[in-house]
Ligand binder design. Structure first.
Ligand SMILES: Cc1ncc(COP(=O)(O)O)c(C=O)c1O
Ligand SMILES: [Zn+2]
Length: 440
């Protein structure tokens, strides 16, 4: 009999407030407000051996480790009923997408490893998320929010009477997250409002329209405070009752639950199939930070803590600035007490082909900082030339058709090899990267 991982609930890394796992719609820290968004709910979970049931669907394979599974259990659903909730939702997603969630490929990239002069014992392993639901890793984060909503409805916890009275979902994005959110919403015919910039990517908005999303263009209004107008409109919608269907932990902590499946898949794959020492380094591209926070949390639950390198571009690197500030202020462990002094919007966001990681603020900076500190990692800031080179080399030598955002983690490896200060990736080191999104 497997020992069950104990999920007690959430605790805010900033104010210490706790939230029981049974609490429905616990999207944000209860002490967060519109004027004080500096809160960061993290899962409180005992470490236990990470085992997979062997199911191809990661949400079924690792179900006992999911917070949403504990939520369903706390409301009396049996194991069989919980598995059925996941299976049914996945079937609905597959009906829209043509495929449901499956464990994505993760292999040593031999030609790439040779080109980067790794030895036979070392190398680069690439996790390929380009054929995940909606073409990126983003749907993993959103699946657990949707599952929470569906389970709450099923258990009679929702304040709305019928499906027709459901509050809309809301997201501010014009990229992979918007497509993932609209795909999942379409699967259950849940209305969704997607807040996009005033000159949106028409390729993306076309797809959003096909998926039945309501696309809301957000020009800057004269009355707007500084910051992204899409985020302002998103927050107004949430204040008016919409569900934050967001891939930013401070807006909806439940996105951090499902994102861990990537880390779990990688850690299990390594234990099961790779002979020899575990990974030395993990390079993860960072925009809002939920991705890196979740991957690192997933790895940590397996007992492995590779050195995490959070990768940003020169065009926008608020996380590296926060790391440096935190070191000056007594170290990353105490950073939660210094949010305003460490993390604020990047003043002049430049352009980059890796446009999915140009978030002016790293919303989930606290867990990413903690993960880097735990594993002796560090942030890496890459040049645009390295962003371009990583995509060219990475795609050509693996045959994976990833976007520049998707290959930006590899740019971090190129940068570290070339840097005089930290540039000591030994040929026998094992390095993992995630090609997180398809070229569109
Ligand atoms: C393909 C891809 N990879 C990585 C990221 C970065 O994820 P996060 O914003 O959670 O740091 C994004 C975000 O848009 C993305 O689209
Ligand atoms: Zn709090």
């Amino acid at each position: 009999m497997l020992e069950r991982p104990l999920i007690a609930g959430w605790q805010c890394a900033v104010c210490g407030e706790s939230v029981d796992i049974a609490q429905p719609f616990s999207w944000r820290c209860p002490r967060a407000s519109d004027d004080d968004r500096h809160h960061s709910l993290q899962l409180l979970q005992s470490i236990s051996p990470l085992r997979s049931s062997g199911d191809a669907n990661p949400f079924l394979a690792f179900r006992p480790y999911l917070a949403v599974d504990a939520f369903m259990g706390a409301h009396g659903l049996t194991d069989a009923a919980r598995a059925a909730m996941i299976g049914e939702l996945d079937t609905l997603v597959a009906a829209v997408e043509g495929r449901g969630f499956v464990t994505t490929p993760f292999e040593r990239a031999d030609a790439l490893s040779d080109a980067l002069e790794f030895g036979a014992d070392g190398g680069v392993w690439v996790k390929d998320e380009t054929h995940n639901v909606a073409g990126s890793h983003k749907a993993r984060h959103l699946f657990t929010i949707l599952l929470h909503l569906r389970a709450a409805e099923f258990c009679g916890l929702a304040p709305w009477a019928t499906a027709a009275d459901r509050p809309p979902l809301a997201i501010a994005s014009c990229g992979n997250a918007a497509i993932a959110a609209s795909t999942l919403a379409a699967a259950v015919s849940w209305p969704i409002r997607v807040f996009v910039p005033s000159s949106p990517n028409l390729h993306v908005t076309k797809r959003l329209g096909e998926l039945g999303a309501q696309v809301v263009e957000c020009p800057r209004l004269p009355s707007d405070p500084p910051g992204d107008p899409c985020v302002h409109r998103f927050r107004e919608a949430v204040a008016a009752g919409a569900v934050p269907f967001s891939v930013q932990g401070p807006e909806n902590a439940w996105c951090l639950d499902g994102g861990r499946t990537i880390g779990w898949e990688m850690a299990r794959h390594m234990e099961e199939t790779i002979v020899g020492p575990p990974f030395d380094r993990l390079f993860v591209q960072v925009g809002g930070g939920a991705f890196a926070a979740s991957v690192a949390a997933g790895f940590r639950m397996s007992g492995i803590t590779p050195r995490l390198h959070a990768v940003q571009t020169e065009a926008c690197a608020p996380l590296e600035r926060a790391w440096t500030r935190a070191l000056e202020l007594g170290g990353p462990k105490g950073a939660a007490a210094h949010w305003a002094e460490c993390m604020w919007p990047w003043e002049h966001v430049g352009t980059s082909a890796a446009d999915g990681i140009l978030d002016d603020e790293t919303y989930d900076w606290l867990p990413v900082l903690a993960a880097m500190a735990d594993g002796n990692g560090s942030p890496v800031v890459v040049s645009e030339a390295q962003v371009l080179e990583a995509n060219e080399v990475g795609c050509r030598l693996t045959g994976i058709d990833a976007s520049h955002t998707g290959t930006a983690g590899l740019a971090g490896l190129l940068a570290l090899r070339e840097s005089v200060v930290g540039g000591s990736v030994a040929p026998d080191e094992r390095v993992a990267v995630i090609f997180s999104g398809i070229r569109r």
